[in-house]
Design a protein around this ligand. Structure first.
Ligand code: NAP
Length: 288
C-alpha cells in the first residue's frame, strides 16, 4: 500500500484530501499541530470509512525542531512498517496572520510555516521519496500572482503587511516546487502545486483578529467545499504517467506568475537552506 504524508490534515483541504486518498486505497500519515484536532480528524475519517489506513502525528510545524522530530518519526514508521518508501508528500499546512509574529527561530510565522516548514520537511523525507520515485505536492494559491519576493527583507519586518506576507509565502511554494523539479527530476521525483481556488475553511479565523478575521468570515462563504480541491490532489497522486506540469487547478494544468523562474528558485533555495541550516544536493540546476 502506498503511503502519502499530508501536513495540516486535521481540517479543511488537508482533511478532505486525507479522506479521498484513504478511500482510494492509500495509507495516509496526517501531521498537524494539535493532538485533539488530530484525534478528531482520525475519528471522522474512520467513521466514514472504517477500513481507512490512517495514522496521525502531532507536530507544530512552525518550529523547526518539531519538523525535524516528526520527519524522524515518519522515517522510522516507514522503515518499520514497510520498505521505507514515501509515495507522496503533500505540504499543505499553512496559516494567516494579522500581525507580525515570529517563531522560536525569530522567523515571521507565515513565511516559516507556509514555506520553510515544507522546505525542511521535504529535505528530511527526500531519501524516502527518492526510494519511491515519489512526488511532492504543495498547496499554493492564486494569490501568488502580482507580487515579487522581497529578497532584501524576506520576513517583511521593516514594513509588515500580513497579506503581502501570505502572498509571498504562496509564491515561494511555486518557486520551491520548480527548484525541486530542476534538481530531482533526474532522480524520478516530481513536484507540483495545487491551486485550491477559494475554499470555505476557517484558515483566516485561526490566530487572526479584527479586520482579517471579519473579512475572511465574509469571504469564505463564497468558497467551494474542501472536497472540491481534494480531487486535484487525488488526480496527481493517482496518475499512471507522471504529469509534466507544475501548477494545477481542478485537475488541469494552468499558468502561473512569470516570477517563477529558475533564477528565483535557486535564490530561494540558497536563502532557505541558510535559514534551515541544511544543504540540498543535486546542484546541477537543469531547468525542466
Ligand atoms: N481556504 C482557501 O480559500 C485557500 C485558498 C488558497 C490556498 N489555501 C491553502 O490551503 C491550505 C490549507 O488551508 P485550509 O484553507 O484548508 O485551512 P485550514 O482548515 O485552517 O487548514 C490548515 C491546516 O494546517 C494546520 N496547521 C496550522 N498551523 C499549524 C502548525 N503550526 N503546525 C502544523 N499544522 C498546522 C491546521 O491545524 P488545525 O486543524 O489544528 O487548525 C489545519 O489542519 C493552506 O496551505 C492554504 O494556504 C487555502
Amino acid at each position: 500500500m502506498n503511503t502519502v504524508v499530508i501536513t495540516g490534515a486535521s481540517s479543511g483541504i488537508g482533511l478532505e484530501t486525507a479522506k479521498i486518498l484513504t478511500q482510494n486505497g492509500f495509507h495516509v500519515i496526517g501531521v498537524s499541530r494539535s493532538e485533539e484536532n488530530c484525534k478528531r480528524a482520525k475519528e471522522k475519517i474512520l467513521s466514514e470509512n472504517p477500513n481507512a489506513q490512517i495514522t496521525f502525528m502531532q507536530a507544530d510545524l512552525m518550529q523547526q525542531r518539531e519538523v525535524v522530530k516528526v520527519a524522524e518519526s515518519i522515517t522510522l514508521y516507514l522503515n518499520n512498517s514497510g520498505n521505507g518508501e514515501l509515495y507522496a508528500l503533500i505540504n499543505n499546512a499553512a496559516c494567516i496572520r494579522s500581525w507580525y509574529m515570529t517563531t522560536e527561530e525569530g522567523y515571521e510565522q507565515q513565511f516559516a510555516l507556509n514555506h520553510l516548514a515544507g522546505f525542511l520537511l521535504t529535505y528530511k523525507l527526500l531519501p524516502a521519496l527518492i526510494k519511491a520515485k515519489g512526488c511532492v505536492i504543495m498547496t499554493g494559491s492564486g494569490s501568488h500572482r502580482g507580487i515579487k519576493v522581497h529578497w532584501d527583507d524576506i520576513m517583511l519586518n521593516r514594513r509588515y503587511n500580513p497579506l503581502i506576507a501570505y502572498k509571498q509565502s504562496k509564491l515561494c511554494n511555486l518557486l520551491f516546487a520548480k527548484g525541486l523539479n530542476d534538481r530531482y527530476a533526474k532522480d524520478g521525483i516530481r513536484a507540483y502545486v495545487v491551486d485550491p481556488g477559494l475554499v470555505n475553511t476557517d484558515i483566516g479565523n485561526k490566530g487572526t483578529g479584527g479586520l482579517v478575521n471579519f473579512v475572511w468570515s465574509l469571504r469564505k462563504k463564497h468558497g467551494v467545499s474542501p472536497d472540491v480541491p481534494a480531487k486535484t490532489y487525488a488526480f496527481l497522486c493517482e496518475q499512471k504517467d507522471r504529469q509534466n506540469g507544475l501548477y494545477y487547478y481542478l485537475c488541469k494544468e494552468i499558468n502561473y506568475s512569470k516570477e517563477v523562474t529558475c533564477e528565483n528558485a535557486n535564490r530561494l533555495f540558497e536563502l532557505s537552506e541558510r535559514l534551515c541550516g541544511i544543504r540540498y544536493e543535486g546542484k546541477e540546476m537543469v531547468a525542466v
